[in-house]
Design a protein around this ligand. Structure first.
Ligand SMILES: NC(=O)c1ccc[n+]([C@@H]2O[C@H](COP(=O)([O-])OP(=O)(O)OC[C@H]3O[C@@H](n4cnc5c(N)ncnc54)[C@H](OP(=O)(O)O)[C@@H]3O)[C@@H](O)[C@H]2O)c1
Length: 277
């Protein structure tokens, strides 16, 4: 039964094990999932040799992987989706399989059209923090699919934080979480480059910037705290923090960050149409 797919049967197939598929597999293995119970598929099998050596099942055969699994995580790129769905549709069992799509810009309705209306589909939008169980994953299902959502949640709860959202917010979740991790990485990189210019070795600057970013995030996540309240605690009148902060804002830091989120959300919404056209 779909609702028991993750917890009881526990066999997972990740169809299209590229960047995010491999990161998910790595994160699941770091939780309580046995690598042997996770099958990874892709066409270039040699790219999965490292994970095969760690005990994951690997194959180029999507149909065999579907037959052997209860939970199917679909992780190909949008332009590769139609071919994959056509391949697996004949062997899908709606009573048994739970389909989880991490694909940007493809709706549940579009996937169900390709796979059959009775198939249970959940959308998930993780980020690459999933490999170290630090993903922020947003999940959505159609009304009436609450049991499918309940079955998918433990999978992602095991590899980070989760938030259930409306499906129409998925493009926004893509921008803020999946693309967002790159924005924060660039911010850390920029901070470390500043650190090098003021005297640190690159390795030291990177450590100082990354650990400082981790501390800032932890202050908020372990809160309750608000970014502005925490900023007020480190800005003394005529001090060195406020002068740096104001310089960032004169140069458009907040505006640039907000515009990046908006641009990515707009693109995420149109990705599937653009690629399948
Ligand atoms: N990267 C992220 O941070 C992230 C985060 C959230 C969501 N997503 C979404 O996840 C999806 C994958 O992104 P990605 O960055 O992981 O892309 P990717 O690295 O290109 O991974 C896609 C994988 O699918 C495989 N593939 C393609 N066609 C296949 C088929 N017919 N059967 C089996 N495997 C097939 C490809 O390998 P072969 O060529 O060897 O087959 C490739 O490794 C995208 O839709 C993206 O929007 C990505």
């Amino acid at each position: 039964m779909v609702a028991d797919a993750v917890s009881a049967a526990g066999r997972i197939a990740i169809l299209g094990a590229g960047n995010i598929g491999k990161a998910l597999a790595t994160g699941l293995a770091a939780s309580d999932h046995e690598p042997a119970a996770i099958t990874l598929t892709r066409r270039q099998l040699h790219d999965l040799e490292t994970l095969a050596a760690r005990g994951f099942q690997t194959t180029t055969d999507n149909v065999a992987a579907v037959r052997a699994a209860d939970v199917l995580v679909i992780a190909v790129q949008p332009r590769q989706l139609a071919e994959l769905l056509a391949e697996i549709a004949p062997v899908l069992d709606p009573a048994r399989h739970l389909v989880v799509s991490v694909i940007t810009g493809v709706t549940i309705a579009e996937i169900r059209t390709a796979l059959g209306a009775s198939v249970q589909v959940v959308r998930a939008m993780p980020n690459t923090g999933i490999s170290i169980r630090e993903s922020m994953t947003c999940l959505a299902a159609e009304p009436g699919s609450e049991h499918a959502l309940a079955a998918a949640l433990p999978l992602f709860d095991a590899v980070g934080r989760t938030l259930v959202i409306r499906e129409d917010l998925m493009a926004s979740a893509t921008a803020l979480c999946a693309c967002g991790i790159a924005f924060f990485l660039r911010a850390i990189r920029a901070a470390s480059q500043g650190g090098i210019e003021i005297g640190f070795h690159p390795d030291e600057a990177f450590l100082l910037a990354a650990q400082t970013a981790k501390g800032a995030a932890a202050l908020l996540l372990n809160g309750p705290a608000h970014p502005e309240a925490e900023i007020d605690r480190v800005t003394t009148p005529r001090g060195c923090t406020i002068v740096g902060l104001n310089e960032m804002e004169h140069r458009g830091f907040s505006s640039a960050f907000i515009k990046a989120i908006l641009a990515s959300a707009e693109k995420a919404d149109k990705l599937y149409v653009a690629n399948s056209g």
